[in-house]
Every structure is written in C-alpha cells, then in structure tokens.
Design a protein around this ligand. Structure first.
Ligand code: KIV
Ligand code: ZN
Length: 514
C-alpha cells in the first residue's frame, strides 16, 4: 500500500521567535531558512509580516532566496495583516498565507472582546480576502483545544467553503492530552461535511511535555497530515513540537506510522546547532536526538553492549541525524581558499567577497589565539560577524583583574555608533564587574535574568559561548557572545543584548488584538 505523506511545516522563525529573547536579525533568519531548505521542510513559516518592518523585510528576503520550500507568513484575521503578508511573500516561488483567530470562549470574551458570530464572520472574510492573493491558505482556530466543538464545526466548515486549503488545529496553551486531542480532530473531520477539501494539521505546545505525543496522536488518531514544529522544540513558553523528534519517530517506527516525509535527516544536527547558536537557547544535554548525550553511552554496561552490537542500546544511528566527530578543520596556516571551501561545505553562503574577507580576517584572529578551529568555531564567527554588522554598541577591548580576597575589577572599551568609550567597574565577580563597567556608560537599566555559558567544542581550548538574557520594561532579549576568553565572551554577550534592546520592538500576533 503506498504510504501517505506527512507535510512538515517548520515555524522556528515565527513561533520559535516568539519565545522570550529569541528574536533574530534578517541575516540570521535567512541563514536558518536556507538550512531549513537543506533539511527539506515542506513549508517554512518565515514570520509574521505585520509585526514590524524588520519582520516584513526578513520574510521578503527569504521568499526571494528559498526556492524549494513553500514560504508562509502568519497574519491575524484582518485585511491589513493579510495584505502585508501577501506583499512580503510576493517574490516566493510557492507562498502560503496563514491566518488565525481565537475561537475559545475565554479568548473570544477576554482577549478579542467579540461575540462568536463576529468571530465567525471575521474568519470568513479573512479567508475570502486571503484567497485574492494566493490559493494556498491555512486557517487556525487559536486555542482550538479549549474551543467548543459545535462552534469549531461552524467556523471550520465556513473557512473551508471560502477556500482554506489547510486547517491547522492548535493546542495553543499545551492543555491537550494525546488520545483526547486525536479523537477531537477525528470527530471534527467526521462532522464537517467539506472536511476532505482541506489538509488537516496539528500545532502543539509543550506546557505539559506532551507536544510531540499530541502531534503524533493528531496524525494517527485524528488523520492530520501536516505537523507544525520547530527545531529543538523552540517556541512560546515551554516550546513547540520538536521537528527532530517527530521525524525520527516516523523513521524509527516506520512500521507503525507508515508515513513518509521528505526530510533529509542528516541535516538535523547542523540545523539544531545553528538555531541554538543564533537564538542563544542552549540544547539540554539529554534532549532527544540533538542533545549532546543523545548518543553518548556513559554506563559501562551499555558501552559493553554497544561494542558487541550497537543495536543493543541504540535505536538510531548518530550519523543518520548528522552527528559527526568534532573535526579539527582548519588552523593558523589555512588559507582563504580552504576557509571559503569549508564555509561552502557548512552551507554558509556569504553575500559578497567583502563578507568572506571580513570572516576570514576574524578567522585568522581566532587562529592566532586558538590552535585548532572546529566547524562550530566557524559557525560562531560567522554569527558574530552578522550580529555585529551596523551595531549600535560594539566591543573593542577588555582588561579584567580578579584575585582571591580582592574585589574584581574590569575596564571595558566599547564603541557607541562608532565612538569609543572606556569605562571601569567593580563587582562581586568578574561578570558583575564587566556589567557594572558597561552600565556606567550605557545606563540601560536592563536586568540580567539569565546567564549561561557553554563550550562551543571540546577541550579547555574551546571557545566559550555566553548567553545573557536581559529584561527591560517588560521586553526580554538574549545576547550571545563567543570568545576563547569567557570573560570577553560575557562582555560581548551583554553588548549584544543591549543592541537587541536598542532595536525596534515587534508586535506579538497572539497577544495583540487584531
Ligand atoms: O499556538 C498557536 O495557537 C499559534 C497559532 C497562531 C497557530 O501559534
Ligand atoms: Zn503556537
């Protein structure tokens, strides 16, 4: 029997970006979109065009660059958002407009302050208007899993009649449990007379740790044939369905699922590392498929078994999902051509020869301080180059002194719109001293709410990658900085956070009234 196909819809660049601090620049989004294309996802939700001019430009650039995947923009159910989405998607080879409106009693009353009849009418008009721009229309009844079934039937039948081609059923707040979620979708499909004119989709959040289980139940019990997911499960609050887990469940238990998807699994780990590095959300070591321990067999018993026959304790092969041994790829003596070739092998396409030269200069600087350069180092330096382009605050140099019994002291030099400032500070520890020094000049008043440091590769020579999450007047951003000196990495991360706070604020599609 021919296998059904499961459509993989990635929303790392939209729902993923809605997680606190995960905002990305246009260049970063383009880089991730290209990686998603290499991963062969069917649909890339590239953003929410009406959120800000920056979001609009990023979607437009992705639509002009990516040729293999369908490019989608989210829009609330109003003409302005939809027109903006259509404009951003204009250059796409294949485009989709994803429009949504909340349908649960709670959201309709408290957030939208609308009567159900008004919501139904707005959904109808939104899909009708979107159809004027493309015939690939997705509709989501937000907070679907807490909506009344009779009302859902009316809304969904109406939008399908208006031309919605995908019906996405969201568990917006991660409230669902697998069997009930799957059954609801099955019943909706049975009760709605024109349900077979649309592809059914699931979009689950992970508040109870059930996002992947709910999505798979939506597929197996409910008959959904599209799963919305993100790399590393990034997303609002506890995140979304993790793409890598869905894909590898499908592959590993193919006999049960009997579904095909077009994903090139060998691109999963590179995608995971890229998203983690760009957003500053480290991947927990015990995370399925992409965590550092996912294929590390630490216990003696397991190691013995693995050596005799790997299947004893391994259900997937690390290399199939793109894990490779940490390779020393380049060093101090490597030339520009070798560097450029490695960039190409890593799928990093820099826009111009000037960009390659700038990245190569950075590489040489790093190679002077660090004998072995790994792929991860190259990815980090390209990210840094992109991050720092045209930035308001820019790191220049740092002197820091710590000694047992003495108050740590830091002198930081950084530029503000090209003008250099030197500032000094002391603190409880070296990082505190750096932040105090920078704040004595920047005076942002930002609060540091999270600090994490990870080794980019292995060994004591590894670069440290620091993430600093800053909060200022309710806005949260993640700053990322990397350097062989972790104190310098911390200063860079703090300045990167200040740069993000300095950039324009965006609208969150789900908390603003449409
Ligand atoms: O979680 C949600 O309901 C969403 C919708 C916009 C699909 O992200
Ligand atoms: Zn969502």
């Amino acid at each position: 029997m021919p296998r059904d196909r499961l459509i993989i819809f990635d929303t790392t660049l939209r729902d993923g970006e809605q997680s606190p601090g995960a905002s990305m620049t246009k260049e970063e989004k383009i880089r991730i979109a290209k990686q998603l294309e290499r991963l062969r996802v069917d649909v890339i939700e590239a953003g929410f065009a009406a959120a800000s001019p920056g979001d609009f430009e990023a979607i437009r650039a992705i639509a002009a660059t990516v040729r293999e995947s369908t490019i989608c923009s989210l829009s609330r159910a109003n003409d302005r958002d939809i027109a903006r989405a259509a404009e951003a998607l204009a250059p796409a080879a294949r485009k989709r407009i994803h429009t949504f409106i909340a349908t649960s009693p709670l959201h309709m009353q408290m957030k939208l302050r609308m009567e159900p009849a008004q919501v139904l009418e707005q959904a109808r008009l939104a899909v009708r208007f979107a159809r004027q721009h493309t015939d690939d229309i997705e509709f989501s009844p937000e907070d679907g899993s807490r909506s009344e079934e009779d009302f859902l039937c009316r809304v969904l039948e109406t939008v399908i009649a208006e031309g919605a081609t995908t019906i996405n059923f969201p568990d917006t707040v991660g409230y669902a449990v697998p069997e009930l979620f799957g059954e609801t979708i099955r019943r909706l499909r049975e009760r709605i007379p024109n349900s077979d004119r649309a592809v059914w989709s699931v979009h689950c959040h992970n508040d109870l740790g059930l996002a992947v289980a709910n999505s798979l139940a939506g597929v197996m019990i409910g008959g959904a044939r599209q799963v919305e997911c993100t790399i590393n499960g990034l997303g609002e609050r506890a995140g979304n369905t993790a793409l890598e887990e869905v894909v590898m469940a499908l592959r590993t238990r193919a006999g049960y699922f009997n579904l095909e998807c077009g994903i090139d699994a060998s691109q999963i780990v590179p995608a995971s590392k890229m998203v983690s590095q760009i957003t500053g959300f480290p991947v927990q070591p015990n995370k399925a498929v992409v965590g550092a321990n996912a294929f590390a067999h630490a216990s003696g018993i397991h190691q013995d078994g693995i050596l005799k026959a790997r299947e004893t304790y391994e259900i997937m092969r690390a290399e199939d999902v793109g894990w490779t041994a940490n390779k020393i790829v380049l060093g101090k003596l490597s030339g520009r051509n070798a560097f450029k070739q490695r960039l190409q092998e890593l799928g990093i396409e820099l826009e111009s020869e000037a960009d390659v030269n700038a990245a190569f200069a950075r590489f040489k600087e790093l190679a002077d301080r660090k004998a072995e350069i790994f792929d991860e180092d190259i990815m980090a330096l390209v990210s840094a180059e992109e991050r720092e382009e045209g930035e308001h605050y820019r790191f220049v140099s740092l002197a820091q002194r710590s000694e047992t019994g003495e108050l740590p002291h830091a002198r930081v030099v950084f530029s503000v719109d090209g003008r250099e400032h030197a500032c000094e500070g002391t603190g409880d520890g070296p990082v505190d001293a750096i932040v105090n020094a920078i704040e004595s000049q920047a005076q942002s008043g930002a609060e540091l709410v999270l600090f994490s440091i990870n080794a980019i590769s292995t060994g004591t020579q590894s670069q440290g990658e620091v993430t600093m999450r800053l909060s200022q007047a309710g806005r949260i951003v993640n700053g990322v900085g990397s350097d062989p000196d972790i104190v310098v990495a911390s200063a860079k991360a703090y300045l990167a956070g200040l740069n993000k706070l300095h950039s324009k604020e965006r609208v969150n599609p789900q908390t603003e009234r449409g």
